[in-house]
Structure formats: C-alpha cells, structure tokens
Design a protein around this ligand. Structure first.
Ligand code: G6P
Length: 369
C-alpha cells in the first residue's frame, strides 16, 4: 500500500499530501488534556528530564534542519542551552561535553552511517543519556539509544524528505514541551495553548496544502532561473535552509539559504533578474527591511517572493509578491511554512522534467560513508 502512488503522479507529492494524517499519528497517545505526556519518551523519561542541563543534537541533511529548528525551541521554551551539528563533522573532531547533556539524534531511516557513528562515539563520552527521534522502530539508532520517540510518518519513498521532516518537527516540539513542563519554564496556560495548537496542526496543514494552485503558478517564475536565495529569521531560517535543499535536490537549481539579516553582508551582490529571493514568515518589520535592501537591486530586476501570515497585512507591489499563509502561533509556524516550500520545489521540478522521486546522484539512505 505504501508503495502505491494512488492518485498522485509522484511519491513526493503523495507524501506531501499525507502530512496532515501523519502529523495526527505522531501526536496520537502523546498529549494529555492540556499537556504533553512525557511518558511518550519512555517510562524513565521524566526522571531523566529533571537532570538535563544542556542538549546536543546530531543529524544529517533534512534531519539536521529539524535539529536547527529545535535549537530555537529548546533555548526559547525550555531554557536549555542547545548545540546542533551535522554528524559528519561532529564524529571527526574532539568535542567537549558539558555536564548533564542529553545527546539527541534525528533521523528518518535510523541507519545513516555518520549519525550512527556519532551516537556510538557519544556513548564513549560522558553524556547523560541518548535519545533518538526516528521514523523506523526497528532501526539501529532506535536499538542503540536509551530513549526513542518514533515519528510514525510511515514509509517515505521519495528521496527528497517531506513528511519525515514535518513529523520530526512535531516530535521535537513534543520534546521541548515535555522538558519545559518538567523544568517549569513555561506557564501551564502557555503549554495548554501550544498543545491546542498542535491538535489544530493537521487542519492548518490541510489549509497550506490548499495553496497548491497558487504555489504552482509561482513555480513558473523559477523554472528558467539558475540561482535562488531563501531567507528566514529565527525558526524560519532553518525552514529557508530546508526550502533551498528541496529545490536544489529535485530541480537542480542552485539555491542558498541565508539568515535574513545576512543578506546585506554578501549575497545581495548576487541578486539580479536571474535570482529570485524567497522569504518565509516574516513579520512586517522584516519585510520592510528586506524591501529597502532590495530597492538597490530593483533596477537590476531583483524579485522578492514572500510567504507571510495573512494577518500581517502585506500586499503585492512592484517586484514583491506576497503569498498569504494561514494564521498560526509563531512557535508552530516552521512546521506549516515548510509545506508551500515543498510544493514549490515539487512544481519547479515537474516543470523542468527532472526525476522527482529519484534525483540524480542522491540516495534515500546513506548507510556508507
Ligand atoms: C539522505 C536523504 C535525505 C536525508 C538524509 C539523512 O541524504 O536523501 O533526505 O535527510 O540522508 O537521512 P536520515 O535517514 O538520517 O534522516
């Protein structure tokens, strides 16, 4: 059944559309009335969570981007210092482990060679414990970690990861809230608000999927381009990184992500009519700053495409197209804003006629170095 594309032309499109259902599944059995059930992370989780003083996250590819989002969440909501690093770097350098640090791996397959090697190395160091956020229950990462949270996204066939990423984010938000509860860093009211927000997420994701036609139209403006920039700030910076990764993976268009504030420190020099700039979830203030930055290159044809909250009051203007997003709590926004970026790269790839599900040179699971 999982190997059936159903009504969809590609696995990737099918998996994008599965997101409301699989996010629902990731949440199932893990929420109480107004709180996250820390038992979702195992019977010993609560006692362990009380001792954590810092977090180290390790992953590769798309899973690394999920970790980047989690860093903003863990520091903001659970007040835990957090470092995130790609496994292939971490495993080859001497590291300093802070007292009472939780070691977290994030992986769709649970078999990525570098991530597994990093976990094995970490077990020789003085980490407090290891936890994996993983999609495959029988995988090496799950077997070898002290604690595991399964993302329950079901088999992902498309090489470009989609539903695995959004369910990882949901798992990481559950972890952040569980830690915030234990540590008392959020009010019960705020936890209840975010829990309610998580419950509404499948519906919000449906709304984002309904933007497909609009996004498909926008994709036509990318098919002939050779370079693109993706910008975001805060948790939306890793969303921009993931958007850029999706576009390069399946459409072979060069895409780079930058934290929005860095535009003027270099990449602005590249912006011309061949380089559209995609911006995710900016508040008004950020868009105003970007517009004034881009003013300088407007004469050279610079074009800004903005995904923004429909309540932000932004409108299209010369050289700047605004695509309205459903309103959502800022904390949960990265999960939602990922969807139109997935659709964008999908449609660009279809227009370019590339092999969407099997991009050249890439593998679904990199089990050798
Ligand atoms: C490969 C896949 C990516 C994935 C990465 C990490 O590069 O093509 O989609 O994000 O490996 O894989 P993992 O299974 O550890 O999440």
């Amino acid at each position: 059944e999982a190997a059936d594309k159903g009504q969809y032309r590609h696995y990737m499109l099918k998996e994008i559309h599965e997101q409301p259902a699989v996010v629902q599944r990731t949440l199932e059995g893990r929420l109480g009335q107004q709180q996250v059930l820390s038992s979702a992370f195992g019977a010993e989780a609560d006692a362990l969570f009380k001792q954590i003083k810092a977090v180290q996250i390790i992953a590769c590819g798309t899973s690394y981007h999920a970790g980047m989002v989690a860093r903003y969440w863990l520091e903001d909501l659970a007040k835990l210092p957090c470092q995130v690093e790609v496994a292939s770097e971490y495993r080859y350098r001497p590291v300093v482990v802070q007292d009472s640090t939780l070691f977290i791996t994030i992986s769709q397959s649970g078999e990525t060679a570098d991530t597994l090697a990093a976990l094995r190395m970490a077990k020789e160091l003085n980490y407090l414990a290891s936890l994996t956020i993983c999609n495959v229950g029988t995988s090496s990462l799950v077997r070898e970690s002290d604690l595991a949270l399964l993302t329950n996204a079901g088999p992902e066939i498309g090489v470009a990861s989609t539903k695995a990423f959004t369910t990882q984010l949901v798992g990481l938000q559950l972890l952040t809230l569980a830690l915030a509860q234990t540590r008392g860093t959020l009010s019960a009211a705020r936890v209840a608000e975010l829990v309610a927000g998580l419950r509404q997420l499948p519906n919000k994701l449906e709304e984002a999927l309904a933007m497909d036609t609009v996004v498909e139209q926008v994709s036509q403006r990318f098919a002939e381009k050779h370079h693109t920039l993706f910008l975001g700030r805060g948790t939306q910076y890793p969303v921009a990184m993931e958007g850029a990764l999706k576009l390069k993976e399946i459409s072979y268009i060069h895409a780079e992500a930058y934290p929005a504030g860095e535009l003027k420190h270099g990449p602005l020099a590249l912006v011309d009519s061949d380089m559209p700039v995609v911006t995710v979830a900016p508040n008004n203030e950020l868009v105003e700053k970007l517009k004034s930055n881009l003013q300088e290159v407007r004469a050279r044809g610079g074009e800004l495409i903005v995904f923004a909250d429909k309540q932000a009051g932004l409108h299209d203007e010369e050289g700047c197209s605004v695509i309205a997003m459903p309103h959502i709590d800022d904390i949960l926004a990265p999960i939602l804003y990922t969807v139109p970026l997935q659709l964008l790269s999908y449609h660009v790839a279809v227009l370019k006629g590339t092999d969407v599900d099997q991009p050249r040179n890439l593998a679904k699971s990199v089990t050798v170095e």
